[in-house]
Design a protein around this ligand. Structure first.
Ligand SMILES: [Zn+2]
Length: 433
C-alpha cells in the first residue's frame, strides 16, 4: 500500500528549509469529506450528479473529482490567481453561453463502460445542476462547449475552383469555399475504473503511475480512493461537424469521419515532412461531400502533438533522422531510440466521443491508422470503408513516413513495401534544402 501523508511531506519540507506549507492544503482524506454524489453510468442525470473538481467555497470537503478544469490551461489559471489578475472568488456568469445546438441523448450516456474519458453531460452541468451548486455551495462548470462557426481554408477554395466541391449555399456557402461548421470542444474527464479497464491494468496501478510519474502532481490520486473521477492536465478534443448534427445518430444516414491527431508543424505551419495537413484537408473535403449527399461529415481533432510525445521530442527525432540517413526502414527506430516507444497516443479512449455522438456505423473512415481502426471496431462501431490519402496529396519529403507506416500495418490499397524497398525510400537531407 502506498502511503503519502501531509505530515510526512511537511517534515520533508521543513528539513530542506523550503517554503513553509502551513497554510497549504496538501491533500484531503475520505474521513474529512462529504463529496457531492456522483454515480458514473447512472440511469438518469439527477442520480448521476455533476462532476465537481473545484475546491472553491464548500468544495474542499464536497468536491468529487481530482484535478482541475481546462486541461493544461489550469496552470495559467493558477498563474492568474497567483499574480492577482484573477480573484479566487470569481463566479463565472454563463448567461447566453449554452449550447448552440442539441446533441440527442444516447444510451451510451447512461452506462459506465461506453464513455470513460469525458462527462456526457459536460455541456449541460451548470444548467442541470444550478440548484445543487446553490444549495451545496460548490462551483459547477461545463467541460463541453457547443458552438457554430464559418471556416475559411485555402484548400477548400481551390477545391471549389477545380470543381471538386460544389457551392450549395448551406455547407459550402460561397465561391470562396467558406464552410458552415458546428463544433464542440471537450475537456477530458476520466472515470478511473473505466480508464484502467481499457488499459487492462488495475485502478490502483493507474492511480500510482499517474501520481508517481508526474512527480506527485495530484496526491488525491492516492489519498482519495473514494473519488473515482479525474480531470487530467492534458489536451482535449474538438469535433467539427458538417451538415445537420441531428443526423449523426440516425443509422440510416451515412457518415464520413476523420480522427486527426494534432501536428502543429504541418496542420498550421505547412511542414512537408509528414502527411498531416493534406490528410486533414482531404478529410474535411470528404466530410463536406458526405454532408452534401444528405449524410454527416465529422472531423475529430485530438490535442496529441507529435504522437503525444510532444514537439520537443518530435524535433529531436527529426534531427536524428536527418543526420542518420533518413530512410523509411529506420523511421520508427529513430523515435524509439529517443522516446522508448514509437507512439503514445493510446487510441483506447478515442472512440468515447464517437459513442457520445451516437455513431454506430462509419461509412467512410478517412484514416489509414490500424490503431484507430482497431480501437473503433473493438468499441463496437462498424467501419464500412477505409479511404487512404490520395497519392497526389502526399508531400515530397513525407514518403518516408507514409511508407514506414504502411509497412507497419497502416491501411493501404497498394501492396505494403518490403524492407528492401523501404531502405531505398529516402527523405531530403538538410543539404538538399
Ligand atoms: Zn505531421
Amino acid at each position: 500500500m502506498i502511503s503519502v501523508t501531509a505530515t510526512g511531506m511537511k517534515e520533508v519540507s521543513q528539513k530542506i528549509k523550503a517554503t513553509p506549507v502551513d497554510d497549504v492544503l496538501l491533500t484531503t482524506y475520505p474521513e474529512d469529506s462529504e463529496p457531492i454524489p456522483l454515480k458514473w453510468g447512472a440511469s438518469d442525470y439527477q442520480e448521476r450528479g455533476p462532476v465537481v473538481p473545484s475546491k472553491f467555497k464548500n468544495g474542499v470537503s464536497k468536491h468529487n473529482c481530482i484535478g482541475a478544469h481546462a486541461g493544461p490551461y489550469c496552470i495559467y489559471h493558477a498563474l492568474a490567481i497567483g499574480s492577482n489578475q484573477l480573484k479566487r472568488d470569481h463566479i463565472p456568469d454563463f448567461t447566453n453561453s449554452q449550447p448552440a445546438f442539441t446533441i440527442p441523448e444516447q444510451p451510451s450516456w447512461f452506462n459506465d463502460s461506453d464513455i470513460v474519458s469525458m462527462d456526457p453531460f459536460g455541456h449541460l452541468t451548470p444548467y442541470l445542476f444550478d440548484e445543487v451548486s446553490k444549495t451545496e455551495g460548490v462551483e459547477i462548470r461545463p467541460t463541453i462547449a457547443i458552438t457554430k462557426a464559418t471556416m475559411q481554408l485555402l484548400e477548400m477554395k481551390e477545391a471549389v475552383e477545380k470543381g471538386e466541391l460544389k457551392v450549395d449555399g448551406q455547407i459550402v456557402v460561397n465561391e470562396n469555399g467558406d464552410l458552415n461548421v458546428s463544433k464542440i470542444a471537450v475537456e477530458p474527464v476520466w472515470y478511473l475504473p473505466g480508464v484502467a479497464q481499457r488499459f487492462g491494468i488495475s485502478e490502483e496501478t493507474l492511480r500510482k503511475c499517474l501520481f508517481e510519474d508526474t512527480n506527485g502532481m495530484y496526491p488525491e490520486l492516492i489519498t482519495r480512493p473514494d473519488i473515482k473521477t479525474y480531470m487530467p492536465p492534458i489536451g482535449g478534443l474538438t469535433v467539427y461537424i458538417f451538415g445537420d448534427p441531428q443526423r449523426i445518430s440516425n443509422p440510416d444516414k451515412k457518415i464520413a469521419l476523420r480522427v486527426h491527431d494534432e501536428c502543429n508543424g504541418s496542420d498550421v505551419f505547412g511542414s512537408d515532412i509528414c502527411t498531416c495537413r493534406p490528410y486533414l484537408m482531404f478529410g474535411i473535403q470528404e466530410a463536406v461531400k458526405e454532408a452534401q449527399n444528405g449524410g454527416s461529415g465529422i472531423v475529430v481533432y485530438f490535442r496529441k502533438e507529435g504522437r503525444a510525445l510532444g514537439e520537443v521530442t518530435k524535433y529531436l527525432v527529426y534531427n536524428a533522422r536527418k543526420r542518420g540517413g533518413d530512410t523509411a526502414d529506420a523511421y520508427f527506430h529513430r523515435t524509439e531510440c529517443i522516446a522508448g516507444v514509437r507512439d503514445m497516443r493510446f487510441q483506447q479512449l478515442m472512440p468515447d466521443v464517437l459513442k457520445w455522438l451516437g455513431i454506430s456505423k462509419i461509412d467512410k473512415m478517412l484514416s489509414m491508422s490500424n490503431m484507430k481502426y482497431d480501437a473503433i471496431v473493438e468499441s463496437g462501431i462498424e467501419i464500412v470503408e477505409r479511404v487512404p490519402i490520395p497519392d497526389e496529396m502526399i508531400p515530397p519529403d513525407s514518403r518516408v513516413e507514409i511508407d514506414a507506416k504502411i509497412n507497419s500495418g497502416y491501411f493501404s490499397t497498394e501492396k505494403a513495401p518490403t524492407i528492401e524497398e523501404l531502405q531505398s525510400v529516402r527523405g531530403r537531407t538538410w543539404n538538399d534544402v
